[in-house]
Design a protein around this ligand. Structure first.
Ligand code: GTP
Ligand code: MG
Length: 370
């Protein structure tokens, strides 16, 4: 059953808490501000105050967020979002670092690079590519489990001297399940005696047919540490992006996904979010997962303060009420009551889920004792 605290009910009606307590008292209900009352009682109070009740359903809350359909004219090209995956020690981090050094915008800024889980590089010629650094596949799985689709393609890093390994296969499955194209970056080609054909054949066994074997999977031999062929890899990514024809409408309220988050001692809750539609602005009211707040500050991966973030840009935002989980969606909303409405709805859903899970756990325990 739906329930609401007296305080929240007062907030929603823009009434004083004390007035609501009094109204309840007149109806024979003794409740303090922090106590919850059921939906029927709440409705009586609302009527008493001369308002009409609109009970919020899941559809009201969640569909409102994606309801507006963009027209073709509104859709503009956006940078691709690329996730780098691969087996342990095959050179994912080295490759990300190397690619980051190719960033022409970063070189100009000369700022201190922060470690955030996502960053954007500007390629020679002005095109942009966003990279997501999923720490292990767990984060990627968690995001997918939450239904978040953040990546447009996967770059699969395979060390030429080691070949296809268990996590390589896992990454192939992830890319297939997410239904996104995969580009193979065969890494460590600077090493003595590496055999690219061996890697190609191993990939073939997992139904990844690279171009040199007549398939359509792009394969780019690289060396992260020697910075070999990084331009070719970027070219390949941009080519793939062109085929995908990636677009988003920047002229609407921002929406996207939480990539990672933490509680920072000095700054409070910090979330790295990927803007996927619309433009996020400093000062915007956002709901992220069940948390909400006004974006007090917004920083890019180079630690620069931003006023605006457009589609495909990952940014760190400060100002949320708490720490949302990776994979949860965020959305900019028009006012505080809407922010509260969505946040509370999601909190309630979370509590219901936890209660159900706890109930199930109790059930199992009871079964065990029987
Ligand atoms: P995990 O995060 O532990 O899964 O590893 P990773 O995939 O991020 O690999 P990382 O970038 O940490 O590289 C692992 C080792 O391989 C390091 O010692 C790197 O210096 C080395 N390495 C990475 N790329 C290359 C390369 O292109 N050539 C050579 N020779 N060594 C490389
Ligand atoms: Mg690493």
């Amino acid at each position: 059953p739906e329930a609401i605290t007296v305080q929240e009910l007062a907030n929603r009606m823009a009434a004083r808490g004390g007035e609501v307590v009094k109204a309840l008292f007149r109806m024979g209900v003794m409740a303090t501000l922090t106590q919850t009352i059921d939906a029927d009682t709440a409705e009586l109070v609302v009527n008493e105050f001369g308002h009409r009740v609109r009970r919020v359903s899941e559809a009201d809350v969640e569909q409102g967020l994606e309801g507006v359909v963009d027209t073709d004219e509104e859709l503009l090209p956006r940078p691709p979002v690329v996730t780098i995956m691969g087996h342990v020690d095959h050179g994912k981090t080295s490759l990300l670092d190397a690619l980051r050094k190719t960033d022409v915008a970063g070189r100009e800024a000369g700022g201190i690079t922060q470690h955030i889980g996502a960053y954007q590089v500007t390629v020679e010629g002005g095109q942009k590519v966003t990279f997501i650094d999923t720490p292990g596949h767990a984060a990627f799985t968690a995001m997918r489990a939450r239904g978040a689709s953040v990546t447009d393609m996967v770059v699969l890093v395979v060390a030429a001297d080691d070949g296809v390994m268990p996590q390589t296969i896992e990454a192939i499955h992830h890319a297939k399940a997410a239904n996104v194209p995969l580009i193979v970056a065969v890494n460590k080609i600077d090493k003595e005696g590496v055999n690219l054909d061996r890697v190609r054949n191993e990939l073939l066994q997992h139904e990844i047919v690279v171009e040199s074997l007549g398939g359509d999977t792009m394969e780019i031999p690289v060396s992260a540490t020697k910075a070999m062929n990084l331009d070719k890899l970027l070219e390949g990514i941009l080519l793939q992006a062109e085929v995908l024809d990636l677009k988003a409408n920047p002229m609407r309220a921002a929406e996207g996904t939480v990539i990672e988050s933490k509680l920072d001692k000095g700054r409070g809750p910090v979330a790295t979010v990927l803007v996927q539609r619309g433009t996020l602005r400093q000062g915007d009211l956002v709901v992220a997962g069940a948390e909400w707040g006004r974006v007090r500050a917004m920083l890019d991966d180079k630690g620069r303060q931003l006023k605006e973030a457009d589609p495909s840009l990952p940014v760190e935002i400060l100002g949320l009420s708490g720490v949302p989980s990776a994979g949860e969606t965020f959305v900019a909303v028009e006012n505080e009551s809407r922010a509260r409405e969505i946040s509370e709805f999601r909190q309630r859903k979370l509590r219901d889920k936890q209660a159900a899970a706890a109930g199930a756990a109790r059930g199992t325990l009871a079964d065990m004792m029987a």
